[in-house]
Design a protein around this ligand. Sequence first.
Ligand code: SAM
Length: 337
Amino acid sequence: MQGYYSKILRTEHSLGISVSISISISVSGVGGERVAKPSFGRGNGRRRRVTRRAGISMEVGGLDSEGRKFNNAGEMWTEQVGDPNKKTDWYRQGVGYWEGVKASVDGVLGGYGHVDKADIVGSEVFLNTLLSERFTNAAAGSSNQHHLVALDCGSGIGRVTKNLLIRFFNEVDLLEPVSHFLETARESLAPEKLMASDMHKATNFFCVPLQEFTPDAGRYDVIWVQWCIGHLTDDDFVSFFKRAKVGLKPGGIFVLKENIARSGFVLDNVDRSITRSDSYFKDLFRQCGLHLYKSKDQKGFPEELFAVKMYALTTDLPKRVHNTRSKGHRNRPGIIK
Ligand SMILES: C[S@@+](CC[C@H](N)C(=O)[O-])C[C@H]1O[C@@H](n2cnc3c(N)ncnc32)[C@H](O)[C@@H]1O
């Protein structure tokens, strides 16, 4: 059996203020199969003003999952992926981590399979709003629907496609670099296993990482990117979204759903990913030439987890930026303008 536990790590912030970060540690069980992922813990910190410097998206300090401090993201990236060999290792170890994880909901959710329902409900509300605003007659229940196509990036076993996207989209393509995850997705999304009608199907299964993927031009209404972008370096994050823009139909949107660090970033030494803060993401969106159409906080997750946010991003300037952040949530990071 596999083991899994969380612990609170107390550390000192660079400003001399004591903060805590919650990290969840994965441990190998008998047979060496790992099921837990460490990046679901909540990172705390204190906000600082952000300045931009060419090639470095954030000047705010960060931590790794053992509490080691970095002065800024540039310092961390130089250490982690500063030469081509290190970058190759970064991606190989990231995928390698997931290759050791069981192809199950609990596996892809780092031992937190029970948050699946709240996650899907939160996403569904967000998606329904987007579809009704951006694609007339496309919201669930409408009888006069367009032929909608989505891409599920870093799809894992197809959890998001199966529980959400396939109900809204006529076609869903899945992209996932770990082959045993993608095969599980293919099996569970086989037409005979789907309750949905013939009008809804999983079409393409791309076994490739995001940093190597370019979508077909104009295929997608929505490109959904959930809990995988932390595996990409800042440079690859920006070049992926720039390339992926061509994959959107006119009026199409990206949805990014991710863990949010309270400040700066938290580097996960085990699965080679980083959790970025809201302001870090916004800085990267600017570099991608993307506009924030709407954002929303995920609700109903256990307290020990990172905050989770959904961002809807457009290539065109939205008429009005909506922010549906909930009020009154403790420990929420402030947006740094
Ligand atoms: C936490 S799981 C989330 C899976 C799925 N999005 C979900 O919400 O159920 C992270 C996923 O990211 C995938 N991943 C890791 N590195 C990746 C990369 N470079 N490009 C795309 N996906 C990657 C993993 O294989 C894994 O399936």
